[in-house]
Ligand binder design. Structure first.
Ligand SMILES: Cc1cc2nc3c(=O)[nH]c(=O)nc-3n(C[C@H](O)[C@H](O)[C@H](O)COP(=O)(O)O)c2cc1C
Ligand code: SF4
Length: 425
């Protein structure tokens, strides 16, 4: 297996992040120097050639996304680049690891991204609860300005960029990229209809690109080492490395950088140390709370975008939540739907009303008040909230754990209703 771990090589768990001098000593900001000698078009081409897919959940190709931005002297100004650091999905903590552990890596990446689309202004949209990340980013931004990596005429290149940290009030929907833009504008953070796409008309009607923290952290390494090197890091068709996380009743929960395409089995048994004594594996939500459960027969599925989708779920954030044999699947799904019911932005009726309804039915089943027909009612809601029926991808994601739990753990729901109690308690 390729031992290179470019994204996390500077991170010392438990220790603070590198100050700018140390980051530079280890090759930091060399990629920015290189990028500034390339044309923005060449930077875009290199990222396209690398096949980097966005790490924020949807896996959209980064180079293609940038390719929609109007370029040249006639392009509307100012143009914006935004880093999505809103991470709030239950189970996801990988962006926090990158932000706290190596803020300069993300800043260097953001400056290169901004250069590639010729943005004038960049923002880091940070979840309010990430206080330590905020503190470390503020220091890194000040250091980068001092060294002229930010501001007017960066390193004498003629390119100028202002970058600011925006601390969000903190709702899950703010992570959806068009809701994020509304939040930046001081509006109610509900998603926007597309088209127009943000790359053409994003922030205050001007072109804007939103990329996730992990995507941005990949950029300096691709520019420094080239697209072919990036492809060579992976075990599958999806290129590069990936930050994977495992939580639940495993011996060593955590987050690791590994080649894209490691199997679920390897992640659980080798990196997370296997299940805790007295607990056995029953299922996994592979990509954070808004993805479908996979079960034992899927343990050898590769954790990359295409393989997980083929298996019936989504890679999402790559942060897995394990269900063990002593945890009630109804209780687990109820807990997740409670989160989604609270976080619905309320813009469209099926989501605003439907998810709280799901939560209520699950609560009743879990507490021994379930009735015949409840399972069919839940299935009905899953269909109504599925893709295409709501304004954004929040609702289809919210019902993914439920619809798959009804498929794989149906006997648990039936037993709760039949016996009028939860047998796990
Ligand atoms: C409800 C919802 C919440 C989201 N939250 C986040 C988030 O916290 N962080 C993130 O990077 N992307 C999040 N996304 C995905 C973004 O909308 C967007 O696809 C992503 O920031 C694009 O960056 P990428 O192309 O680099 O992956 C969310 C999407 C939805 C539908
Ligand atoms: S699906 Fe839910 S989160 Fe998305 S716009 Fe509709 S109400 Fe808001």
């Amino acid at each position: 297996m390729n031992p290179e771990r470019p994204l996390t090589k500077n991170i010392q768990p438990g220790g603070g992040p590198l100050a700018i001098d140390e980051y530079e000593k280890r090759g930091g900001y060399e990629a920015l120097r290189k990028a500034l000698k390339m044309s923005p078009q060449q930077v875009q081409e290199e990222i396209k050639a690398s096949n980097l897919r966005g790490r924020g959940g949807a896996g959209f190709p980064t180079g293609a996304k940038w390719g929609f931005v109007p370029m040249g002297d006639d392009a509307p100004r100012p143009k914006y680049f935004l880093v999505n650091a809103d991470e709030m999905e239950p189970g996801a903590f990988k962006d926090r690891f990158l932000l706290e552990g190596d803020p300069h890596q993300m800043l260097e990446g953001a400056i290169i991204c901004a250069y590639a689309i010729q943005a004038d202004i960049a923002y880091i949209f940070l979840r309010w609860a990430y206080k330590l990340a905020g503190k470390r980013l503020r220091r890194a931004i000040a250091e980068a300005y001092e060294k002229k990596y930010l501001g007017k005429n960066i390193l004498g290149s003629g390119y100028s960029l202002e970058l600011d940290l925006h601390v969000s009030a903190g709702r899950y929907i703010c992570g959806e990229e068009t809701a994020l833009l509304n939040a930046m504008e001081g509006r109610r953070p509900v998603p926007r209809s597309k088209p127009p796409f943000p790359q053409v008309s994003g922030l205050w009607g001007r072109p804007a690109v939103v990329n996730s923290v992990e995507t941005v952290c990949n950029i300096p390494h691709i520019i420094k080492n080239g697209a072919d090197w990036f492809k060579g890091l992976s075990l599958s068709n999806d290129c590069g490395t990936k930050l994977y996380g495992v939580s639940g009743r495993v011996k060593k929960p955590g987050v690791w950088e590994l080649p894209m395409g490691v199997t679920i089995r390897e992640l659980i048994e080798e990196h997370a140390g296997g299940m805790q004594e007295g607990h056995s594996f029953r299922g996994v939500i592979p990509g954070g709370a808004s993805t479908d459960f996979l079960v034992k027969e899927h343990l050898d599925v590769k954790m990359d975008f295409d393989s997980v989708q083929k298996a019936g779920s989504r890679l999402g954030t790559g942060t897995m939540i394990i269900l063990d044999d002593k945890t009630c699947p109804v209780g687990m799904v109820h807990n997740l739907e409670k989160f989604f019911a609270r976080e619905s932005c309320g813009w469209c009726t099926p989501c605003r009303e439907g998810i709280p309804w799901i939560k209520k039915v699950l609560e009743a089943i879990e507490n021994g008040h379930g009735e015949t027909g409840d399972i069919e009612l839940l299935e009905h809601h899953c269909r109504l909230l599925g893709p295409g029926n709501t304004f954004c991808a929040f609702a289809p994601g919210a019902v993914e754990p439920l619809q798959s739990a009804l498929k794989f753990f149906r006997e648990d729901f039936e037993r709760h209703i039949r016996e009028k109690r939860c047998s796990y308690r």
